[in-house]
Design a protein around this ligand. Structure first.
Ligand code: UN1
Length: 512
C-alpha cells in the first residue's frame, strides 16, 4: 500500500463490508445482496456495499419526510451555516477523499483532489446563496394590493449520480438543495459506491453534531432497479440524474409519467473549433486536457476537434507529438497523466468504437490499444487515440466514454459551426481564436447550441459558479451555480389585499 489508500479508507470510515442504506449515520440492514467495488487502478477489491431493498428504501423515505418538517422551518441562512460546516469537514479530509475517488474511479490523484475542491467550492457558493434565495416583487394593478413571489422548498430531492464524478456532482445537487430547505436521498453510481459511503458519513456527522434529524441526508445503493424506486415514487418531487442519454430517457419518462420534475445532465459530444487565428499553444493544451483528462470520461470531455484546413496538418502533428509524451498508469502515482477506464466493459466499448469508426473510414493518427503486463493488471488501461473522421460517421455522432479524439477539417466558420452543432448532444463547446468576430459569432444566437460555450479554453473543467448542463440530448437541466437553485424550489405568487374593497383583476364587475 505505497499510496496510503488503506489509511485513507480508515480515516473515511470505509470498511471492507459496508451497509449501503442510511439516514444520516443510522445504517439499515437491507438483506443479502452486495455490490463489490473493484479499483480499476490495480483490479483489487476495495470493499463491498449492501444493496438497498424495497423495505429499507421505504424506511429511508419515511425518515426523509419526517426530517423535512424540521429542516424546512429552519431559516435558510441557518441551513447555510450547516453547509458551511460540511465544507470545513470536507477540507479536513480533502487528501483522503481525493485518494478514494482516484482509487475507486481511476482518475488521477490531482483530479481526485480537484473533485473534492469542487465540493468545497459549491459549499461556499451555497452558504452565500442561503441569504440570496430572492423572489421578485410586482406592482399590482389593483389599489391597496401588494404582489410578490417567494420560493419554498420542494421536499425530497432524489439524486442519481454517475461514476465519473462520484462525489462532486452529488454535492452540486445536495448542497444547493439543502440551503433551499429540501432533504436529499442519494443513489451514488453502483460503480463507485464507496465514495458515497464516505461522503454520507461526513455529512451525517455534521447534521448530528448540530442536533438535526438524520433524514436530511440519506443514502441508497444499487443499480437502476434501486433508482427506479425513486423515479416512480410520488413522494420524491424532484429527481436530479446524471449519466448517459439512454438512462436519462428512461428516468425522464418515468418521472414525467407521474408529472414529477426531473433535472437531467446527460451525455455530451463536445467539440473545439480551432480557427486559423488561434493561439496554437493554448489550442493544443486545451484540446489535450479536454480529450485525455479523466481518460476521456467526463461528460465535458473533448471528443471532436474541428480544425481550419490551413493549420490542420500542423495541429495534427503537434497533437500526435503531445500524445506521445503521455504517461499512462496508476492514477495515484503522480508521474502518470492518465489513469484507467472505469472497468473492462468500458474498455470493450472503447475497442468497439475504434473498430467501428475505422470501418466507416476513420484513420488512426495516434493508434489506440489496451495495455497489459506490469502495472496494468486490472486490464482497464487504454491508449488515448486520435482518429481522422467525418462528422456524420455514426460513431462520431455518439458519445463513447473513453479517450478517443476525432479530428476533422473545415473551410469556413459557418461550415465549422454547422459541423459543431451537427450532433444530437449539446453540453459543452469551445472555439480557439484571437479574432473577435469569430469568437462573438461562436457565442451568438447562430453559434454554438450548447449549454456551455467557451473561448480559448477547453470544453471540460467548468467552474461551479456558472449553471452547468446542456441542450438537446444532454437533457436541458442546469445544476450548480447561477440561478440553478430555482430547480430545487417551488415558486409561489402571493397577492395581499390591504384595502377595504375587493376589486377584481382585469376590471371585472361582479356585484350582487
Ligand atoms: C461531469 O462530467 O459529469 O466541467 C461533470 C467539468 C467538471 C464537471 C464534469 N467540472 O469538467
Amino acid at each position: 500500500d505505497s499510496f496510503g489508500v488503506k489509511s485513507a479508507l480508515q480515516k473515511l470510515g470505509v470498511q471492507t463490508e459496508n451497509l449501503g442504506t442510511s439516514t444520516g449515520n443510522n445504517w439499515i440492514d437491507s438483506g443479502m445482496e452486495y455490490i463489490s467495488s473493484f479499483s480499476p487502478a490495480d483490479g483489487e477489491l476495495i470493499g463491498k456495499v449492501q444493496v438497498t431493498n424495497r423495505e429499507s428504501y421505504d424506511a429511508v423515505v419515511s425518515k426523509a419526510q419526517e426530517a423535512y418538517k424540521t429542516w424546512r422551518n429552519m431559516p435558510a441562512p441557518q441551513r447555510g451555516e450547516i453547509v458551511r460546516q460540511i465544507g470545513n469537514a470536507l477540507r479536513e479530509v480533502k487528501p483522503e477523499l481525493g485518494k478514494l475517488v482516484s482509487y475507486e474511479m481511476g482518475k488521477s490523484y490531482q483530479e481526485g483532489l480537484g473533485e473534492v475542491q469542487e465540493m468545497i467550492d459549491i459549499c461556499d457558493f451555497a452558504v452565500g446563496l442561503s441569504r440570496q434565495l430572492y423572489g421578485l416583487t410586482m406592482h399590482s394593478e389593483r389599489p391597496g394590493h401588494r404582489m410578490y413571489e417567494q420560493w419554498h422548498p420542494l421536499g425530497i430531492v432524489g439524486i442519481v449520480s454517475a461514476f465519473n464524478f462520484p462525489v462532486a456532482v452529488w454535492s452540486w445537487n445536495s448542497m444547493i438543495a439543502w440551503v433551499c430547505g429540501d432533504v436529499c436521498i442519494w443513489k451514488p453510481s453502483e460503480k463507485a459506491p464507496l465514495s458515497g459511503i464516505a461522503c454520507q458519513q461526513i455529512t451525517a456527522r455534521v447534521f448530528k453534531e448540530n442536533g438535526l434529524p438524520e433524514g436530511i441526508s440519506s443514502l441508497i445503493v444499487g443499480d437502476y432497479k434501486v433508482g427506479k424506486f425513486m423515479t416512480e415514487d410520488r413522494r420524491v418531487p424532484l429527481i436530479s440524474a446524471t449519466g448517459s442519454t439512454r438512462m436519462g430517457k428512461i428516468v425522464g419518462q418515468a418521472v414525467a409519467a407521474r408529472l414529477g420534475r426531473s433535472l437531467l445532465e446527460l451525455g455530451g459530444n463536445n467539440a473545439i473549433i480551432i480557427t486559423e487565428n488561434a493561439d496554437i499553444e493554448i489550442a493544443i493544451r486545451g484540446a489535450l486536457f479536454g480529450a485525455v483528462g479523466t481518460a476521456g470520461q467526463r461528460c465535458t470531455s473533448t471528443r471532436r476537434l474541428i480544425i481550419h484546413e490551413s493549420i490542420y496538418e500542423s495541429i495534427k502533428e503537434r497533437l500526435a507529438a503531445a500524445y506521445s509524451k503521455l504517461v499512462i498508469g496508476n492514477p495515484l502515482n503522480e508521474k502518470n497523466h492518465v489513469g484507467p477506464l472505469i472497468d473492462k466493459m468500458a474498455v470493450e466499448m472503447y475497442q468497439k468504437a475504434i473498430e467501428k469508426v475505422k470501418i466507416e473510414g476513420g484513420k488512426e493518427v495516434v493508434a489506440g490499444g489496451v495495455f497489459s503486463g506490469d502495472g496494468y493488471e486490472s486490464g482497464c488501461y487504454v491508449k488515448p487515440c486520435i482518429i481522422e473522421a467525418e462528422n456524420h460517421f455514426k460513431m462520431v455522432q455518439e458519445e463513447t466514454f473513453a479517450p478517443i479524439l476525432y479530428i476533422m477539417k473545415y473551410k469556413t466558420l459557418d461550415e465549422a459551426i454547422a459541423m459543431h452543432n451537427g450532433v444530437p448532444q449539446g453540453l459543452s463547446s469551445a472555439i480557439m481564436t484571437l479574432n473577435m468576430r469569430e469568437a462573438e459569432a461562436f457565442l451568438s444566437v447562430s453559434g454554438s447550441d450548447c449549454g456551455i460555450a467557451n473561448v480559448n479554453i477547453g470544453t471540460s473543467g467548468a467552474e461551479i459558479g456558472g449553471a452547468f448542463g446542456g441542450e438537446k440530448e444532454t437533457g436541458g437541466g442546469r445544476e450548480s451555480g447561477s440561478d440553478s437553485w430555482k430547480a430545487y424550489m417551488r415558486r409561489q405568487t402571493n397577492t395581499i389585499n390591504y384595502s377595504t374593497n375587493l376589486p377584481l383583476a382585469q376590471g371585472i364587475k361582479f356585484d350582487i
